[in-house]
Ligand binder design. Structure first.
Ligand code: TYM
Length: 341
């Protein structure tokens, strides 16, 4: 390796992000997060994680879980993450994530975790006896993911902003108490597409764990299903197309999806469609989705048919990240006064 190349590697800041393998990867996760991973992968030293430990905060079927994790790795790559440039790995393969979680747990407060919107949403209407501790502690594991690698940038959708703020608070709190042990990370939240909405209920977020499949477009869905789902997407009876997320959330959501896939601002698209109806807009959204997803799906199936190459990528990712996680973990133990032999 030339000295120029090795210098570049050393001077790149670290970028970390992850997705829970808790359902099918959706167009929401792609537009809100993964698309930016692809765009930023050459500027940063990137770690892209499949956060399988986060996924078990709700019950997963042990018979299909491993396959789903593998399929997420294949989807990352098929969407454009280059495994030669970025590191792709499973969270459970790097024990330092759970180890640092414990150290952070002892500095996190019940009050701040109780305020997390995602925790409140996921536990709404449930009896306390049935709410898992993992769900409550989930943001601390996420903070550990990020802080373990001295991460500078975390590209995520808007729903993760609060978790990022908690991560920053924990880093600042511990740096204040123990000296400089963590880099304080920043969130990268896109201007367009930070919150892709549900197709049937456009005032709530599109979610891969939604019970109603009509609410999301999964990346591995067939063209027929995509067309049907977009056709049935809830809009409104107002004539013409305008971009007004507050009063016309369904139409605004379709413009956002089309804008993200064609690299146009939703407001500019709205002008172009001003005199057209919902049907024309929906037809074009479905076409754009299919044009994007068909070649992606072909790459995805090719990767899934070549398991050995995928296993090798994940094994290499685990080895590299295990090694990379060690110095921060040692630094934290040391700063806290643990005897390290
Ligand atoms: P998760 O798995 O729910 O979502 C993965 C990423 O996709 C984004 N996203 C969306 N963006 C726009 N519109 C949507 N409808 C939409 N749905 C999902 C999310 O904001 C996220 O960026 N806690 C995280 C996973 C995680 C993580 C981390 C992320 C664990 N550790 C460390 C970053 C860094 C989560 O549940 O994301």
């Amino acid at each position: 390796m030339s000295s120029q190349v090795s210098m570049n590697i050393q001077t790149k800041s670290t970028l970390f992000s992850g997705i829970q393998p808790s359902g099918l990867l959706t167009i929401g996760g792609y537009i809100g997060a993964l698309r930016n991973w692809v765009r930023l992968q050459h500027e940063y030293d990137c770690l892209f994680c499949i956060v399988d430990l986060h996924a078990i905060t709700v019950r997963q079927d042990p018979k299909t879980f491993a396959e789903r994790c593998l399929s997420f790795a294949a989807q990352y790559i098929a969407l454009g993450i280059d495994p030669k440039t970025a590191t792709i790995f499973l969270q459970s393969h790097v024990p330092a994530h759970t180890e640092l979680t414990w150290l952070l747990n002892c500095h996190a407060y019940m009050g701040e975790l109780s305020r997390m919107t995602q925790f409140k949403d996921k536990t709404q209407g449930k009896k306390e006896q049935t709410i898992g501790v993992g769900l409550f502690d989930y943001p601390v594991l996420m903070a550990a993911d990020i802080l373990l690698y001295q991460t500078k940038l975390v590209p995520v959708g808007a729903d993760q902003k609060q978790h990022l703020e908690l991560t920053r608070d924990l880093a600042v709190r511990m740096n204040h108490y123990y000296g400089q042990i963590f880099t304080v990370p920043e969130a990268f939240i896109p201007e367009v597409g930070a919150r892709v909405m549900s197709l049937q209920e456009p005032t709530k977020k599109m979610s891969k764990s939604d019970e109603n499949e009509g609410n999301y477009i999964a990346l591995i869905e067939t063209p027929d299903v995509i067309r049907k789902k977009i056709k049935r997407a809830v809009t409104d009876a107002t004539m013409g197309i305008t971009y007004e997320p507050d009063t016309r959330p369904g139409v605004a959501n379709l413009l956002t999806i089309l804008g993200a896939l064609t690299d146009r601002a939703p407001t500019a698209l709205a002008e172009q469609y001003a005199d057209k109806g919902n049907a024309a807009l929906k037809g074009d959204v479905a076409d754009a989705l299919i044009a994007f997803l068909e070649p992606f799906q072909a790459r995805y199936h090719e990767l899934m048919d070549n398991r050995d190459a995928l296993y090798a990528i994940l094994r290499r990712g685990a080895e590299q990240t295990r090694h990379r996680a060690e110095p921060t973990l040692r630094r934290v133990y040391g700063a806290m006064g643990f005897w390290q032999g």
